[in-house]
Design a binder for this molecule. Structure first.
Ligand SMILES: Cc1ncc(COP(=O)(O)O)c(C=O)c1O
Length: 420
């Protein structure tokens, strides 16, 4: 985003402000879709709604042809409100409550169970048309943090691959007839070979199960996890190479196990929206303590990733102040090492530590890069610092797609101020 646009948007909508670029979301979708669909025609992208659930963002991806990967009853409601057909909704939650199971059945979405123990509970309420199990292939990876490794011995997700056969056997015994298979092993991975490796492991696991139990798997969902570069020297994921390696394995293994009609599904979030969003914040205070702190309205409550995972986000400085200040003459060439903080009463809120940045002054803007995924959705109103507004740019034309949270929104649902 150009500096002038950041200034205009900050003036019009205030800060902190999430800004998404519709064109970039479309480009990301098309690149991913082309890479796989030209190699494996029966291919479908299910957008992981959890990464950015603003309806205007989800709608862009639906227009492109995506389905929705939903993790909860409310995400299902969102997909249904956006009129996504049931066969294009995947319901794939974790530690589901009975209410989730019922909601999943009512939605008629493709049901993906994270554990065998959920099956008898689900069948008390009804029978899904198509069922998949989330398999933990005992390999996980993330470029960001070990808690983003979603498979392997430490992960709470999925059924250990050694127990997958028993899960499908039970489902068959209970009369279910149509099956798929799913895994989601890690988030933000930029190594193409990794996706081929996990696909091979999954296919080697379910191929023999299909043969033994006479199950014709209708789809194989290799999950999301396609990474984007956050650090300055990180390389983007080569999606053409990724698709080529994955499909090579698919061709070989589906032939070996007689699974040739199988659909290939993916459920990315970050890859589609991560670099299509940024977060505009304002500098409100500069403090010379044992080190220099730049206090902004972007804190852990507005963007949780740095504090949650030690995640790195690039910061661009947009100078707004002019003339001299208490800190000496302003020059855009001056670079300082500072720690950028938010306004929360937590020391952890010093979220960009010892960064070399152009000299910042009160009133300047910062643009936090790659904030389109796991940004707004993870924000919370700690210290009464309420959630940011969200704006969508369509060909550089801004549209407010969520207003800034106000005091009345914050209090809604509490009882003391209720009228009548
Ligand atoms: C089940 C599931 N699917 C898909 C995703 C999307 O992951 P990513 O944004 O890394 O593509 C996640 C993220 O945690 C997930 O848990």
């Amino acid at each position: 985003m150009k500096n002038d646009l950041a200034k205009t948007l900050a003036k019009k909508y205030g800060t902190p402000l999430y800004v998404y670029d519709a064109e970039r979301i479309r480009e990301n979708y098309r690149r991913l879709h082309k890479a796989f669909s030209t190699r494996w025609p029966d291919f479908q992208i299910f957008y992981a709604v959890k990464s950015n659930s603003n309806p205007a963002v989800v709608q862009i991806l639906l227009q492109e042809g995506a389905g929705c990967d939903c993790a909860s009853e409310n995400e299902l409601k969102l997909a249904m409100r956006l009129r996504v057909p049931a066969e294009k909704i995947l319901f794939s939650g974790n530690m589901l409550a009975d209410a989730d199971l019922k909601a999943g059945l009512e939605s008629k979405a493709l049901f993906n169970l994270d554990d065998t123990s959920l099956l008898p509970r689900l069948l008390k309420f009804g029978r899904p048309e198509v069922l998949s199990f989330r398999i933990n292939p005992a390999i996980g990876k993330s470029n960001v943090h070990e808690s983003d490794e979603l498979a392997g011995a430490k992960a709470k997700f999925g059924i250990p691959w050694e127990k997958a056969e028993a899960a499908y056997a039970l489902a068959k015994e209970k009369g279910l007839k149509r099956f798929g298979v799913h895994m989601m092993t890690g988030s933000c991975v930029t190594d193409p070979a990794y996706f081929a490796k996990i696909s091979e492991k999954l296919l080697n696991c379910v191929g023999p199960i299909g043969k033994k139990l006479k199950i014709d798997f209708e789809f194989i969902n290799i999950g999301g996890g396609f990474g984007i570069p956050y650090q300055p020297n990180e390389k983007p994921l080569d999606i053409e190479k990724t698709a080529s390696l994955v499909v090579e394995i698919f061709k070989k293994k589906t032939k070996e196990f007689g699974l040739s009609e199988v659909k290939l599904f993916v459920e990315p979030g970050r890859y589609l929206v991560g670099d299509a969003g940024c977060l505009v914040g304002r500098v409100h205070a500069i403090k010379e303590s044992y080190k220099k702190f730049v206090g902004t309205d972007v804190g852990m409550n507005i963007l949780a990733r740095p504090v949650l995972y030690g995640a790195y986000h690039g910061i661009r400085v947009v100078k707004c102040s002019n003339g001299t200040t208490d800190h000496g003459p302003r020059t855009t060439d001056l670079v300082e090492t500072v720690t950028v903080t938010g306004q929360a009463c937590e020391n952890a809120d010093a979220w960009a530590k010892d960064r070399k940045l152009p000299k910042l002054e009160v009133g300047d803007l910062i643009v936090v890069e790659n904030a389109g995924a796991y940004g707004y959705v993870m924000s919370y109103p700690y210290n009464g610092r309420l959630r940011a507004a969200e704006v969508l740019l369509e060909k550089n034309q801004p549209k407010l797609i969520r207003k800034r949270e106000a005091f009345e929104d914050w209090m809604s649902g509490t009882t003391l101020f209720q009228k009548g």
